[in-house]
Design a protein around this ligand. Structure first.
Ligand code: FE2
Length: 167
């Protein structure tokens, strides 16, 4: 799993140890890149989906992507609260994401659902790992932010997989 190197840290009165703040900021920046990538993949699917379930998927993908904006903001602002730099440029996201590149030649509704489910599951796994790691580094607040994100990802994985599972 890729984790960004946190270089410059701002001075802060926050009492979490400097190296813990640095480690948590780096971890959060890595997951931030992943979530922004996932959100853009959902938007891509929202725009380009084809097939008989078009309207249901078009609407579901947009509802899903919108839910990640508050999580992204929470993560980014936790990074800055810790004295780090929230890496929000498209260049940083491209460099930092650990998700597989999203295919531009997939349009079929169920195939797109499958591609998104793969990424929701991969991201869910790394976010769950991040919950334990931030907790071990002594930042219960970062662990809490990642816990909320993990809940969202698991819910969306359920929604996505329900389209692929047989009754
Ligand atoms: Fe739209």
């Amino acid at each position: 799993m890729r984790r960004a190197k946190e270089r410059h840290m701002h001075k802060t009165r926050n009492d979490i140890a400097a190296n813990a703040r640095k480690g948590v900021a780096a971890l959060l920046n890595s997951r931030l890149a992943d979530v922004v990538d996932f959100q853009l993949a959902l938007k891509h699917a929202h725009w380009n989906v084809k097939g008989p379930q078009f309207i249901a998927l078009h609407e579901m993908f947009d509802t899903m992507q919108a839910a990640y904006s508050p999580h992204i903001d929470e993560m980014a602002e936790r990074i800055t609260a810790l004295g780090g730099t929230a890496m929000g440029s498209v260049q940083a996201v491209e460099k930092g994401t650990s998700l597989a590149p999203f295919p531009a030649d997939v349009f079929d509704g169920m195939k797109l659902v499958g591609e998104l489910a793969d990424r929701a599951a991969a991201l869910g796994k790394s976010v769950r790992k991040g919950i334990d790691e931030t907790d071990e580094m002594g930042d219960a607040d970062a662990a809490d932010i990642l816990t909320a994100l993990s809940r969202q990802l698991d819910k969306d994985l359920w929604f996505l997989e329900a389209h692929l599972q047989k009754g």
